[in-house]
Structure formats: structure tokens, C-alpha cells
Ligand binder design. Structure first.
Ligand SMILES: *Cc1c(COP(=O)(O)O)cnc(C)c1O
Length: 976
């Protein structure tokens, strides 16, 4: 037998991950390059990216100092070793984070299922009815349990939700009062400490004074506009909400109650007790703690505040057949319209985790949940009785949390607990906290007795249980109304039924499992399975964010290594992992700028220059730190108008705080002037915030920290492969140059080594949504230096190929040097609209009939579509998309030339559904085949109808939905 010539190293190359991550293989890349009349990727980059910003080594090679890519097997093995360094103790720490049993049917079919996690935010509702229904269930669940009239889906964490409540109260009441200065926000001293931390950070630049105190005694003293309570309190006791509410109302202050959904199964609802807002975390409804996240925060309010609620609200509307259908209501893309006047900067939220929490409620139902809550409470009661019988003092109102007065024994008990593998909460020098959860067993309670009282105490659980006469919930605190009565929560309690319900919803939704989602600015790239696996490893999933640091060595190593890699990639000196979305990163970055300027006697600098093309979160974030937004024009090529920038920087020189600029621009081009732009801002004493959402066009090519920027956020859920989850989770770490490093967020409960002690927190958890960091970690580890660079290059190649193929049919709006685009391109539908009446929305909806998800619509320019194929889409997929777009252009022509009437054609009637097929009368001037299967070449499987994805709703009426605002599950009679 002849010996194969290939050496081992070459064979191992064959296992490289890069070739799996990048869609087009070498031959396809060459084919695309030759369409563009180019020889190589490096020629493309030379023609596209301004030399002035490129990181070029002397040899012309990449300057990215990152290890070579590992194979999937190697990378997972390495991460496994890190995971093994995390110690999974039983957590009794509470503070809003509890162990939970993730129902396996939900774990496998939702959390670990790309059909759910690779979907995008449901801006195209006709192909998102599954997750919209799930999110509506979430809202209904929250409204039921909190007793409030309106709920959103969802916010980032409990602490930021509380900060949003404060901002809402301030907006709607506090600031407007002329008679007295209602500037004080009162926070009860038994609110979770991390929540107080985040509230204080947020208040600082809004001109709000935060008072922390006992609401039962201190409330009257102040002139307050709002109150934040915790129910039950962080130390376990059940707050008497009603009496505090009435005191607050006397001085026209509104009341927000942070609460716990599990406790609310047994406790009177905040709504019933008069609260204006109820908020909290839904984590313990079947979402792992994950060392801090991700989990969905909920936010519910009374009817009168419904137009001011931050975040996304799912609403009910009808489609063009009059069938009920769901969509995002009111605030859809709110920041893009209201800019700095937006109610909040929330964009990416926690959709996937909100879905999981809602499914947990659907699966268990009201009876099941009540049983879980009663059991938790019973075990807590047994613990409480056992301890008090033997003389340990603890609170006598509680749901699941006890605060023990243990005197000088504190240290010894704490250490015995650690030895037994249990984490207790150290509250003060003589107090310990214990929170019981769904996973706690009777044996665990026995173990706790032994730990607390020392061995040999003969406390028998059964005996104590049989002697219980009073519980920790007083009769007048007990919930009496029925909750979760909607059929959704009472229909799917067998695993078979649940599995089918989940699958039915999943099948309604378009995700990356169907085809490309070419959303400009959103970077819907591959979320590799290998990257996703560690998210549900117990060593990452089942860890409390405030677990002692010596138990999370694996996490810390992973986080440190990821930070180092991101520093190398961006050219910044230091990274903070705390912000858990891009918009939160913007906020944290601007905060760093503000605090830096304040520390340097420049507190008066409050002008933030923002180009008109900026993402809506930019001005919304600037407003949150009390900056004044001044808009800078763009020129006809989509670039920042440097003249205008110069003029405005000069005009505001004295007070210039910063510029927020996206690079490459949201117009999809590399502006040549970026260096100059940064210089102008610096010359006037300002800082440069570079929005890093478009880093997918820069990794391995250029480093923002080296070409003029001072701070950026990175959307790990765009560039670094974290899936979008149908609207979250995400991670928005920020990178800063060294002068801003002292102003990165810290955390009062779980301080971050190396960060400045004086800085507050911007998220509830010290490292944000830590449990999804392994995804980005593995992404970088498996691609390595070359793969990262090649990914950016192919992303740029794909976009340019797309622009080239579309350009004879559509106007490509902006191009950079050598007529090249960056990693995305905008096509202009306005001329088409003018000539034919066909809108960008018609085209977006028609793409669904061809089996595609629409590109980004009307951002950053109204009447356009922004297409970003990413490096993960192959040439075949791009060609299919192009063929659909070309066919649609031909359809437009038919409308334009009167072959099809303007008010009855496949474009304005799109999308078409199976209902259209089975209709007995078909009166349209085009055939059913033209409606639902217009072009063989656009469908996979050699153009087989079997491969078609079917939208499940016809065109949904936006206006109807907002006029008839409903954000709860429709009653059964409404089902048509
Ligand atoms: C996505 C995006 C943001 C916001 O990021 P989130 O993670 O959704 O909060 C900000 N700027 C730009 C340009 C974006 O594309």
C-alpha cells in the first residue's frame, strides 16, 4: 500500500473549526472574488479598509496575537478542565438567585434547541408567532402573579428593572412638580444590596437623590417622588406593603415593589396592595443561576403607566384574514423614533429566558407551582421552628428566607457550612441568611440543622413538621385570588402535551435553522453547537453570582482569558464584562467618560455629538447619563459630515463630553475620515465612544483602541457568536483605554479585583450574564488568530458579493472607497416605492414567501433594506437570496407596469399562508403557485416545495394592534 503523502499536521488542519464556521469554502470564495474582479481576500481588504486604521505588521501578516485555533474536541476539553475548577456548592445565598430544576423537556427543547435560540427579535411577526405567543404567556403570568394590569417581556435583570422604575417615576411625576423639588427616590433598606447599588449608579447623573432607610419610620421625613420596596425583603421578612403604599400616596409618591414570582404564588399580590409597579427576576422559574445570568427580569405596571413602560411589550392584533395574531406593540424600535426622548435604552432583552420562565409556568400550571411554593415554604418553616426551639433567633414572617442571629458563632457556622458544601449568606458580623428553594430536600434541612447547631442535635424533620401550627405567612398576607387560570397554563402538564406545545410554537418561527437571517447591524452568524454545549454544564449553570470567589476559579480564569483576548482584538487596555447588552455597554461606557471628566474637573462637559445615522440606543443612552445630544449631519455618501462635526465641536468646545460614532458606520462603509474625526473630538477636549456593534468588520483587521477611540462596547451576541435567542440574551462588555479604566463598573456585593472601589454597578451581577461567556470564549479559541481574521474578511467578501449581484436590480445606497461596502449593504427601496407604490415592507414580507427572513428594514435610513450576510452564509445561500430578490424586482415591475393592480398583487398581499391555499375561492390576479412557491431556485433541496418554510400569519395589522392594545393572553372566546 502506498504511503499517503499528507503529513500529520496537514491532516489535523482538516479538523479545523474555521472551515465549519465560515460558509463559503475556498472554491466559493474564489468564485466570489472573481465576480468582484479580485485575486484574493487580501486584495479585497486593501481596496476596502482604509490603510490608516489597519493593524499591519511589517510582514503584512495579521497583528492579532491570539493562539492558533483549536479543534472542537481540544477546545471543549480545555474548557472542561476550567469548568472542573468551579465548585458547585449548595447555594442558600438567595438575594434574588435560587437553584431551580429546569424541566428537562424545556432544557432540551428550548434552551438547547437552535430552533429557539437562533431566532431574532420578532420584528417580523408573521414568522415569529411561536415566540410571540410564548412571550405573551410570560406577560400573562407576570400580570397574574403581580396583580398588575400591564407587563412587558422582558428586562435585563432585577436591579436594572428597579432603576428603570425609578426613571419612569421621575419622568412621569418627580421632575414635573413645580411646587416642591421632588428629587428624592426612597429605597427600603431591605432591598437586595445589588439593586440598591445599581439604583445609586443610575440616579447619580439624573439629578436624583437616593435615600436608603426604613420605610415604616423614615418615609414622612422626605419629599419623595418614588419608593422602592422588596417583597419579601432581602432578609426574608414579609413587608407590610399596604401601609407603606398609603403613606407614600399621601405625598403623591409612586411605589415600586421588587418581588419574587414563587413567593407570589402564596402572597397577596403587589397590585392588590396598591403598588404602581412590580418587578423582579423570573430566574427561579426554571432558568439556571449561571453565575449571574442570563435571566429575564419582569416589569409590570398599573394601566395608567402603560405608555411609559420600558422594553418590549407583546400585543394582540389581527392579520389580513382577520385572524388573531401577535406582534410587538407600541415601543417597537422605540429608540429609533424617539431617540434621546425614548423611555429607556433597552434593545436586546432576555427573550429566550422569558420564554423558559413562561414555559415553566405552563408546564407546572397553577397547582404545580403552588405545590412547589408550599413545599419551599414548608421546609423553611421546619427550619425556622427547629432553630427557634433551640434558641436561635430568626424572623417570624418569611416565605423562603431566614435571617439567623447567631452571635459569635457566625464564623464557625459559616465555615462548617462551607465544609459541608453549603454556601450561607453572611449578612453582618453576627447574622447569617439562608434561602430555601425548589431543589432543597428534607435531608438538606437536616444537614443545615447539623451545620448550624453542631452535630448531635437530634432534630427530627417529621416531628417538627407534625408540630407546626403557624407558618411564616400571616393570614392577611395570604393570597386568596386564583392565578394562571388561562387555558394555556392548564393544558400542557403531561410531557407529551408539553413537548408538542413547544414543538408547535417552534415550528411557527423562522430561525437560522431555516435559512439566512441577513439583518444588517445584527450579525446573525453561526452559533456553533460546540460553543453552546457548556452553557448547560452544571459547573457553569448552577453557580450563584455571589458564590465565594475561591469556588469559581474556572469561571475567573475563563473570564480573564476572554478579557485578554478581547483586549488584543480591540486594542483596548481593559475590558469590563458587566454590561449585559450592547445598550447597557453604551451606558457603562458613557458613565466612565462622565466620571473621568468629573474627576478631572470637567463635570460641566455634557454635550454628546451623535451622527444622524446612529442606532437609537446611542442617544437614549446619552440621555441616561444626563448628556445633551447634538446631532451631526451625514453627507450624501453616508459619511459623517466632517464640516458639520467641526462646526459643532467648535461651537460646543467648552462643554464637549464626547462623540458616539459607529465604525464601520451604520451605513455599512469604512469612513476614510475616522482618524480625523477622532482627532477633532480630542482636540476639543472630548472623548470618543465607538459603538462596536459592527466589530464583525474589524476583528483581525483594525483595532478601535488603536485608531482613535477611547471606549467601545462589543455585542458578543453579534460578533462573538452568542445567539440572539429571539430577542436576547446578549452581552455588551466594554473596552476602554487606560485613562478610563479606573471608571469601569464595580460591584458592592461581589467586588471586582482591580476595579476602582468607588465605582458602582450597572448590572445586578458582577460579570453580567456570565453563563453565556463560554460561547464567545470557544468562538475565539476555535477560530484562533487566522480564523478570526478570515471570518471578518469573508464577511466583507459576502457583503460585497451580495452588493455586486443586487446592484443591477437595486440601488446600493452607500459605498466606500473603490465602490466597496463593509460587512453589510443598504439597498434603496424609495425609488421603487415612488415608481410602483411597492414598499420596503412589501418586499420584506414577500421574502417570507420565498423562504427568507427580511433584512433590517428602514434602519438607518427609512425606506431601505440593510443586508448583512455574515461570513457563515455560503455562496449558495447568498445566490438563493439574490435569486429571490431579483424575482421580487420582476414582480415589482409587473405592478409598476399595471400587469398586477397596485392593491391586489403578491407583494402587497404577502406573506401567503396555508390558509390561502385551502381557501375555496381564489380571486387574485396571480396563481396560488405564484403566491406560495414563486421560484424554484429560491428553495433548498433542489427547489423542492417540501423544503418551504410556511409563515403562519398573513400580514399583521400594526395600527389595529396599537389602537386595541391588549398585552394579555386573549380569552378563549377570542380564539377564532
Ligand atoms: C445592536 C446594536 C446596538 C444595541 O445593542 P443591544 O445589545 O441590542 O442592546 C447598538 N448599536 C448598534 C449599531 C447596534 O447594531
Amino acid at each position: 500500500m502506498a504511503v499517503d503523502k499528507q503529513a500529520l499536521s496537514a491532516l489535523e488542519q482538516g479538523n479545523a473549526f474555521t472551515g465549519r464556521h465560515i460558509g463559503p469554502d475556498h472554491a466559493q470564495q474564489q468564485a466570489m472574488l472573481s465576480e468582484l474582479k479580485l485575486e484574493s481576500l487580501s486584495e479585497l481588504i486593501e481596496q476596502t479598509v482604509p490603510k490608516s486604521i489597519r493593524s499591519l505588521a511589517v510582514s503584512g501578516e495579521s497583528t492579532l496575537n491570539i493562539e492558533a485555533g483549536k479543534t472542537e474536541v481540544q477546545a471543549l476539553e480545555y474548557l472542561r478542565a476550567l469548568a472542573d475548577q468551579n465548585q458547585v456548592n449548595k447555594s442558600y445565598l438567595g438575594m434574588g438567585y435560587y437553584n431551580t430544576h429546569v424541566p428537562n423537556v424545556i432544557l432540551r427543547n428550548v434552551l438547547e434547541n437552535p430552533g429557539w435560540y437562533t431566532a431574532y427579535t420578532p420584528y417580523q411577526p408573521e414568522i415569529s408567532q411561536g415566540r410571540l405567543e410564548a412571550l405573551l404567556n410570560f406577560q400573562q403570568m407576570v400580570m397574574d402573579l403581580t396583580g398588575m394590569e400591564v407587563a412587558n417581556a422582558s428586562l435585563l435583570d432585577e436591579a436594572t428593572a428597579a432603576a428603570e422604575a425609578m426613571a419612569l417615576f421621575y419622568r412621569t411625576g418627580g421632575r414635573r412638580s413645580n411646587h416642591s423639588k421632588h428629587q428624592v427616590f426612597f429605597v427600603a433598606d431591605d432591598v437586595h444590596p445589588q439593586t440598591i447599588d445599581v439604583i445609586k449608579t443610575r440616579a447619580e447623573h439624573m439629578g436624583i437623590q437616593v435615600e436608603v432607610g426604613n420605610p415604616n419610620t423614615d418615609l414622612e421625613k422626605h419629599d419623595i417622588f418614588g419608593v422602592q420596596l422588596q417583597y419579601p425583603g432581602t432578609y426574608g421578612q414579609i413587608t407590610d406593603i399596604a401601609s407603606i403604599v398609603s403613606k407614600a400616596k399621601e405625598q403623591k409618591a409612586m411605589v415600586s415593589v421588587a418581588t419574587d414570582l414563587m413567593a407570589l404564588m402564596l402572597l397577596k399580590s403587589p397590585g392588590e396592595l396598591g403598588a404602581d409597579i412590580a418587578l423582579g427576576s423570573s430566574q427561579r422559574f426554571g432558568v439556571p443561576m449561571g453565575f449571574g445570568g442570563p435571566h429575564a427580569a419582569f416589569f409590570a405596571a398599573s394601566e395608567k403607566l402603560k405608555r411609559s413602560i420600558p422594553g418590549r411589550i407583546i400585543g394582540v392584533s389581527i392579520d389580513s384574514r382577520g385572524n388573531q395574531a401577535y406582534r410587538m406593540a407600541m415601543q417597537t424600535r422605540e429608540q429609533h423614533i424617539r431617540r434621546e426622548k425614548a423611555t429607556s435604552n433597552i434593545c436586546t432583552a432576555q427573550a429566550l429566558l422569558a420564554n423558559m420562565a413562561a414555559f415553566y409556568a405552563v408546564y407546572h400550571g397553577p397547582q404545580g407551582l403552588k405545590t412547589i411554593a408550599e413545599r419551599i415554604h414548608r421546609l423553611t418553616t421546619i427550619l425556622q421552628k427547629g432553630l427557634t426551639t433551640l434558641g436561635v433567633q430568626c424572623n417570624n414572617t418569611y416565605f423562603d428566607t431566614l435571617t439567623l442571629k447567631v452571635g459569635s458563632q457566625q464564623e464557625a457556622i459559616y465555615n462548617r457550612a462551607i465544609e459541608a458544601g453549603c454556601n450561607l449568606r453572611r449578612i453582618s458580623f453576627d447574622q447569617l441568611g439562608i434561602s430555601i428553594d425548589e431543589t432543597t430536600t428534607a435531608e438538606d434541612i437536616t444537614q443545615l440543622f447539623n451545620v448550624i447547631l453542631g452535630q448531635g442535635q437530634d432534630l427530627d424533620i417529621q416531628t417538627i413538621d407534625s408540630q407546626i401550627t403557624v407558618s411564616g405567612i400571616k393570614e392577611n398576607h395570604r393570597r386568596t385570588d386564583a392565578v394562571l387560570t388561562h387555558p394555556t397554563f392548564n393544558s400542557y402538564h403531561s410531557e407529551t402535551d408539553m413537548l408538542r406545545y413547544l414543538k408547535r410554537l417552534e415550528n411557527k418561527d423562522y430561525s437560522l435553522t431555516h435559512g439566512m437571517i441577513p439583518l444588517g447591524s445584527c450579525t446573525m452568524k453561526l452559533n456553533a453547537t460546540a460553543e453552546m454545549l457548556p452553557v448547560s454544564w452544571p459547573e457553569f449553570a448552577n453557580i450563584h453570582p455571589f458564590a465565594p470567589r475561591d469556588q469559581v476559579k474556572g469561571y475567573m480564569t475563563m473570564i480573564n482569558e476572554l478579557e485578554a483576548a478581547l483586549e488584543e482584538i480591540t486594542g483596548y487596555d481593559k475590558i469590563s464584562m458587566q454590561p449585559n447588552s450592547g445598550a447597557q455597554g453604551e451606558y457603562a461606557g458613557l458613565l466612565a467618560i462622565r466620571n473621568y471628566q468629573e474627576a478631572n474637573d470637567q463635570a460641566h462637559r455634557n454635550i454628546c455629538l451623535i451622527p444622524s445615522s446612529a442606532h437609537g440606543t446611542n442617544p437614549a443612552s446619552a440621555a441616561m447619563v444626563g448628556m445633551k445630544v447634538v446631532v451631526v449631519d451625514c453627507d450624501e455618501n453616508g459619511n459623517v459630515d466632517v464640516e458639520d462635526l467641526l462646526a459643532k465641536a467648535e461651537k460646543h468646545s467648552e462643554n464637549l463630553s464626547c462623540l458616539m460614532v459607529t465604525y464601520p458606520s451604520t451605513h455599512g462603509v469604512y469612513e476614510e475620515e475616522i482618524g480625523n474625526i477622532c482627532d477633532i473630538v480630542h482636540q476639543h477636549g472630548g472623548q470618543v465612544y465607538m459603538d462596536g456593534a459592527n466589530m464583525n468588520a474589524l476583528v483581525g483587521i483594525a483595532k478601535p483602541g488603536k485608531f482613535g477611540s477611547d471606549v467601545s462596547h462589543l455585542n458578543l451576541h453579534k460578533t462573538f457568536a452568542i445567539p440572539h435567542g429571539g430577542g436576547g440574551p446578549g452581552m455588551g462588555p466594554i473596552g476602554v483605554r487606560s485613562h478610563l479604566a479606573p471608571y469601569l463598573p464595580n460591584h458592592s456585593v461581589s467586588p471586582i479585583e482591580g476595579n476602582h472601589e468607588g465605582m458602582g454597578a450597572v448590572s445586578a451581577a458582577p460579570f453580567g450574564s456570565s453563563s453565556i461567556l463560554p460561547i464567545s470564549y470557544l468562538y475565539i479559541a476555535m477560530l484562533g488568530q487566522q480564523g478570526l481574521q478570515e471570518s471578518s474578511e469573508v464577511a466583507i467578501l459576502n457583503a460585497n458579493y451580495m452588493a455586486e449581484k443586487l446592484s443591477s436590480h437595486y440601488d446600493v445606497l452607500y459605498r466606500g472607497r473603490n465602490d466597496k461596502v463593509a460587512h453589510e449593504c443598504i439597498i434603496d427601496i424609495r425609488p421603487i416605492k415612488e415608481a410602483s407604490g411597492v414598499t420596503e415592507e412589501d418586499i420584506a414580507k414577500r421574502l417570507m414567501d420565498y423562504g427568507f427572513h427580511a433584512p433590517t428594514m428602514s434602519f438607518p435610513v427609512a425606506g431601505t433594506l440593510m443586508i448583512e450576510p455574515t461570513e457563515s452564509e455560503s455562496k449558495d445561500e447568498i445566490d438563493r437570496f439574490v435569486s429571490a430578490m431579483v424575482a421580487i424586482r420582476e414582480e415589482v415591475r409587473k405592478v409598476q407596469e399595471g400587469e398586477w393592480p397596485a392593491e391586489d398583487n403578491p407583494l402587497c398581499n404577502a406573506p401567503h399562508t396555508m390558509s390561502d391555499l385551502i381557501d375555496s375561492d381564489w380571486s387574485h390576479p396571480y396563481s396560488r403557485e405564484e403566491a406560495v412557491f414563486p421560484l424554484k431556485a429560491a428553495f433548498p433541496l433542489k427547489g423542492s416545495i417540501a423544503s418551504k418554510y410556511w409563515p403562519t400569519a398573513n400580514r399583521i395589522d400594526n395600527v389595529y394592534g396599537d389602537r386595541n392594545f391588549i398585552c394579555s393572553c386573549p380569552s378563549i372566546e377570542d380564539y377564532r
